[in-house]
Design a protein around this ligand. Structure first.
Ligand code: HEM
Length: 169
């Protein structure tokens, strides 16, 4: 992880003529995404409910996982196509090893939302929150199945979305 911390970035300088307007303090580039992902996983690791799922159940290869997560969020928020993997499979495997519960997804969302809100402000940051809610809903649906969906972090509840399972080889 980097040592970028979770401080709000200073005001963004005026964009060059012809470039799109960017909200000051918003997520603007890969570096911002990496800062967000690093800060988020610092919180995850310190969390007694979901931290052990990463360290004791999945035994995550952190440099690889942080890079993959940055790809995922860069694709979701800034540049489509950077992430070309199957996010569902990792969570199905995890669920098979240690059953996931809605409270795990709720906590994940709570930590993600808090990290985004503390670090960035603007429309892209807003998308990071709503997109996480959507994907968490889909992942929960495809692992745990029906029943109440992730709710604690966001009052509106999840937005249904299809995450296409790729055929297993
Ligand atoms: C209960 C909540 C969650 C838990 C415990 C969890 C845990 C994990 C674990 C253990 C991995 C595998 C890491 C590795 O082995 O390197 C993983 C991968 C991943 N997770 Fe989650 N996750 C959760 C929710 C989410 C949500 C809500 C999102 C998206 C908004 C997400 C996105 C991803 C992505 C993109 C990967 C990489 C998959 C790949 O390409 O291999 N996760 N997660």
């Amino acid at each position: 992880m980097t040592s970028t911390g979770e401080q709000r970035r200073p005001a963004t300088p005026a964009p060059a003529p012809g470039s799109p307007a960017l909200a000051p303090g918003d997520i603007r580039d890969r570096r911002d995404v990496e800062t967000l992902v690093d800060s988020f996983y610092r919180r995850v690791l310190a969390d007694p409910l979901i931290g052990p799922l990463f360290t004791e159940v999945a035994r995550v290869d952190w440099p690889a996982h942080l890079r993959i997560m940055a790809d995922f969020w860069e694709s979701s928020l800034l540049t489509p196509g950077v992430y070309r993997r199957n996010a569902l499979r990792a969570h199905r495997d995890l669920h098979a090893e240690h059953p996931l519960r809605h409270e795990h997804f709720d906590r994940w969302l709570e930590l993600w939302t808090a990290t985004v809100r503390r670090t960035y402000v603007g429309p892209v940051a807003d998308r990071a929150v709503t997109r996480a809610r959507t994907v968490a809903g889909a992942l929960a649906q495809n692992t745990i199945g029906g029943g109440p969906s992730p709710s604690a972090a966001v009052a509106n509840g999840p937005v249904p979305v299809r995450i296409e399972p790729r055929p297993r080889p």
